[in-house]
Design a protein around this ligand. Sequence first.
Ligand SMILES: [Zn+2]
Length: 388
Amino acid sequence: MNNQTSVTSIRDGAAVSAAGTTATAVVYEAPRTFSLRELPLPEVGPDDVLLEVTLCGVDGSELHMFNGELEMFNGRAPLIFGDEIVGRIAAIGEAAREERGLDMGDFVTVESRWPCPEGCRHCDRGQYFICLNNTGHRGYGSIPLAEAPSLWGGYASHVYVPRNALLYRIPPQLSERAALFACSVLANGLRWTEVSGAGPGKTVVVIGPGPQGLASVLAAVRAGSAVVSVGLERDAERLAAASSLGAAHTVAIAPGENPGETAERIRALVGEVDIVIEGAGFAPAKQLAYEVVSPLGTVTNVAVASPIEQPVNFQQMLMKEIKMLNPMSHPHTVGKSLDLAVELLENGLDVGRLVTHEFALRDAAAAIDVAANRTEESPIKVVLNPAL
Ligand SMILES: [Zn+2]
């Protein structure tokens, strides 16, 4: 290993923070317990990259991890959360520089999962989010701190990028916030609408107006579909955002309204429903999806909420010949998503405005509560900014 190169890169790296030799990280120690730790910056080998994190997305679902509801993560603590990451290259090995065509200071995003080095049946088909050699679904935000070089999550000033991880250069037109929204949330929306078959002449109902739902609205509108965004009455601001992104209709579910009634209201607005993207996860939302979709339509499940096992009416699925899809994340979509963000910006829509809340690393627990919609705030996308 040519460590000389890497050490020089770090020493010479103007982009390395003033702190110099350590990274600051929010470490998940145990349920409901974060600590702010200083961790040594790793030596960067010839194939490696070190990013200085500019922004990291906070996902409402990280509340379940923080609460200790996901046993898988408790067993891995201590670890650093955060898998939606944009940042600048603070150090880069010689081989990585050549192979990736990237250099110090470049503004990039790193994808949360990557193809296994040895190759497997799924990775070879482009499905690295369900890699057969990655049975623990490991990636950013889910690798223990004990595993060198520890910097495996975006809730930190720096993240380590190994050889196989996927880095994408961010187009210069995009702001940090726009890049953050595009790197994962919009990429999900884009893939989920594409696999669902959204396009001109199709009516798409998107259940759940959180960031991922809004990204799906945006992608389906851009694909030429007529879109209905569905939320609860308390989601008024998010539903207004859906309208501003081009949703033809918004539907707010009243307290106590049953899925059949909501389905009827939606059909009264649009008639046939070709595609439902179910992004809320709860049982009534799943029921609404199968209720409202027209015969021969498609229901695309993209959210899971507790309890994860929910009843499905197979007779209804059969009698309506419903197609059910379950796309996992956004393999091979980040580049397209960044291009889409640029195209939208050129047409007057800055997706960066969907980032509504920025928090310092030390306030990560508060950021999670806001992102999970447990406060009086009306967030869309919540992020951590290590520079605050
Ligand atoms: Zn694999």
